[in-house]
Design a protein around this ligand. Structure first.
Ligand code: GTP
Ligand code: SPV
Ligand code: MN
Length: 608
């Protein structure tokens, strides 16, 4: 489509959608870009954009032999992760943002943002990216348009979402509603001013207006801060749409499991950021006869179908995966997808032959690298070569094990939901909920140690309901109520079973109590056998845990006694945990669902 003169837009724009044209014009007037580019999503356009990014020093082309059509980007060291402190839900009433979100009155926030966005695209191109989260042929397709002054964002959005001309035409033809998602790096260029490789602004604002269904993001070029279809739309704004329309937008993977008897099961799992979703979604089972295929690795939209079954779809088109720990040993399926090329890596290290490397990628550490900050690096350097939140951005259809149902707008019927976190102690390897309501309680009290996926301290235990703490676009109590109330639409016979998992428990010696990764298939097998009424379990105050013998340990150097240790419910640890859960629930005040208070009371009496 090429560049277009800024005005008059109405004649030159590739759409007649009045609201879209008015918004683009309004944003152009406010931000003052040099050019406007309507993104068509084509190969040729992508080539031109990545060429430009290479010339600007933002992207480094990788060795085409080993990483075809792939690039590395290196961010400003102060722009490496989501910024939760600067993320706002600006509902009309403060009460509707709830205690888990930052809030400011919408009018006040708009005024502040208008000041920041005024002239913020000067000297730059303003890209208009039409996108759809989920399928273009969904019954009710969820459209968005991102305006951004970052070509890196355009190239990344092209991998992560369905974008371009087809989407725009559908928006135009159906006069569709779309979520306006405005993004600026906040780094205007004055005439003659040289650009930097990673423009951004020390001041960052990631702002959502839930009633208006709009997003304004300022100052960051990184991941969830800037690729606005992802966390900002598909979780924060979508969770509000889901509340109003009777469905769920969740921080979950979806996988398909086939048993040796060729029975198929679909499982979703919610783990906080950097706690194992991509790895579980691409799992390579270490037990014979079981097969895993991938449907999604980060975001799931779910609704109850006509027969009261819970159906799930992945609204994304790519993986934005944590690089460190992703290796040929732990996650060969991700490695094979990456090796096909067409990927953008951010903040990884570079090998001397033009490839990428990160901690955990290979067993042997290369003797020399260039680290993510551009320094010469050797194993003696004493610092990580790749940033802990470095990422690979890869089209999902490059996964060999992608399930064909990924392409189906109707989604798949879930048999089980896992909630999981990263806890050194207390939480067993796996616990089956007593029933659906008890499972929602497990999700609502989920806890995890913080990771590098968000700016701030790492390793601090916090409650993270349904792994959605940073992503619930409204009051957290209302969100839990929505989970509880939606169940009225369910066929009780077809409700998924809920499990709480913890791949990260430690032994007294400090090592992992469970090998994790491909061996997590053994836990999935136990869960499926529980659905089928085949596997043994022990009832504990918190739910049902496996007996030492009920987990398949064939080919694994582990004893039933070690399984028992990994699933132990320790009375002293649970006394502390209970107090912490009570403290957590107290924060909800009036908005805590009665059903969850009843669950807490039940747990308390069982533990007593
Ligand atoms: P986001 O993309 O941030 O939402 O993260 P994610 O939930 O997809 O996490 P991911 O699968 O990328 O894993 C994050 C980190 O946890 C990586 O360093 C993994 O190597 C590590 N990890 C994942 N699964 C396991 C496991 O079963 N055991 C252990 N010990 N580590 C794991
Ligand atoms: C997460 O933090 O959960 C991610 C990465 O998946 S980001 O897209 O940056 O949110
Ligand atoms: Mn995530």
């Amino acid at each position: 489509m090429g560049d277009l003169a800024r005005l008059p837009l109405l004649e030159k724009a590739p759409t007649t959608h009045a609201r879209l044209l008015a918004w683009v014009e309004e944003v152009a007037e406010l931000t003052q870009p040099d050019r406007i580019h309507w993104v068509d999503g084509s190969e040729a356009e992508n080539k031109a954009l990545t060429d430009e990014l290479v010339a600007a020093g933002t992207l480094k082309p990788l060795n085409p032999q080993t990483f075809p059509n792939s690039f590395a980007a290196f961010s400003d060291p102060a722009d490496v992760a989501r910024v939760e402190e600067q993320t706002f839900i600006c509902s009309e009433n403060e009460r509707d943002a709830g205690f888990t979100n930052n809030w400011m009155a919408p009018a006040e926030m708009k005024q502040k943002l208008r000041g920041l966005f005024a002239g913020s695209m000067r000297g730059r191109t303003m890209y208009v990216i039409p996108f759809v989260m989920g399928h273009l042929d969904a019954e009710d397709p969820k459209f968005g348009v991102e305006i951004t002054d970052s070509a890196y964002v355009v190239a990344s959005m092209r991998i992560m979402a369905r974008i371009g001309t087809d989407v725009l035409n559908r928006i135009t033809e159906t006069d569709a509603f779309f979520v306006p998602a405005l993004h600026s790096l906040g780094a205007p260029l004055e005439a003659g001013q040289a650009d930097v490789a990673w423009p951004c602004n020390p001041e960052k604002w990631i702002v959502h207006f839930p009633e208006e269904r709009s997003i304004w993001s300022f100052g960051s070029g990184y991941g969830g801060n800037a690729l606005l279809g992802k966390k900002c739309y598909a979780l924060r704004i979508a969770s509000v749409m889901a509340r109003d329309e009777g469905w769920l937008a969740e921080h979950m993977l979806i996988l398909k499991l086939t048993s040796p008897e060729q029975k198929t099961y679909y499982v979703s799992a919610a783990f906080p950021s950097a706690c194992g979703k991509t790895n579980l979604a691409l799992l390579d089972p270490t037990i014979k006869g079981w097969k895993v295929e991938t449907l999604g690795d980060d975001i799931t939209w779910m609704r109850f179908g006509k027969e009261g079954e819970l159906r799930a779809v992945n609204p994304e088109a790519g993986l934005f995966g944590v690089a460190p720990g992703t290796g040929w040993g732990t996650n060969p399926n991700a490695m094979r997808a990456i090796a096909k090329g067409n990927s953008i890596f951010t903040n990884v290290a570079l090998t001397d032959d033009g490839g990428v490397w990160w901690e955990g990628m290979t067993e042997e550490t290369p003797a020399h690298l260039t680290d993510w900050q551009g320094n010469s690096w050797t194993p003696e350097s004493g610092t990580p070569a790749a940033h802990p939140n470095s990422r690979f951005c890869t089209p999902i259809d490059q996964i060999d094990m992608l399930a064909e149902e990924y392409f189906s707008p109707e989604g798949v019927e879930l048999s089980a939901i896992l909630f999981g976190g990263r806890r050194k102690t207390t939480i067993p390897l796996v616990t089956e909920a007593r029933d659906w309501s008890n499972g929602i309680f497990m999700g609502s009290t989920l806890s995890s140690e913080t990771t590098a996926a968000a700016a701030g301290a790492v390793g601090v235990v916090r409650r993270d309901p349904m792994a959605m703490l940073p992503f619930i676009g409204y009051d957290a109590g209302d969100y839990l109520n929505h989970w509880v109330n939606l169940s009225a639409k369910a066929n009780p016979e077809r409700l998924p079973k809920i499990f709480l998992v913890n791949w990260f428990r430690r032994t007294a010696e400090g090592g992992f109590a469970w090998p994790g990764f491909g061996d997590n298939a053994r836990v999935l097998k136990w869960a499926i056998e529980r659905l089928e009424g085949k596997a043994d379990a022990v009832e504990t105050p918190i739910g049902f845990v496996p007996t030492g013998e009920s987990i398949d340990l064939e080919g694994l150097d582990m004893t039933p006694a070690e399984v028992e240790a990994a699933v132990r419910v320790d009375a002293a640890e649970w006394e502390t945990e209970l107090a912490s859960i009570e403290e957590w629930f107290a924060k909800f005040g009036e908005s805590l669902p009665a059903a969850l208070q009843a669950e807490l009371d039940g747990l308390k009496s069982r533990l007593a």
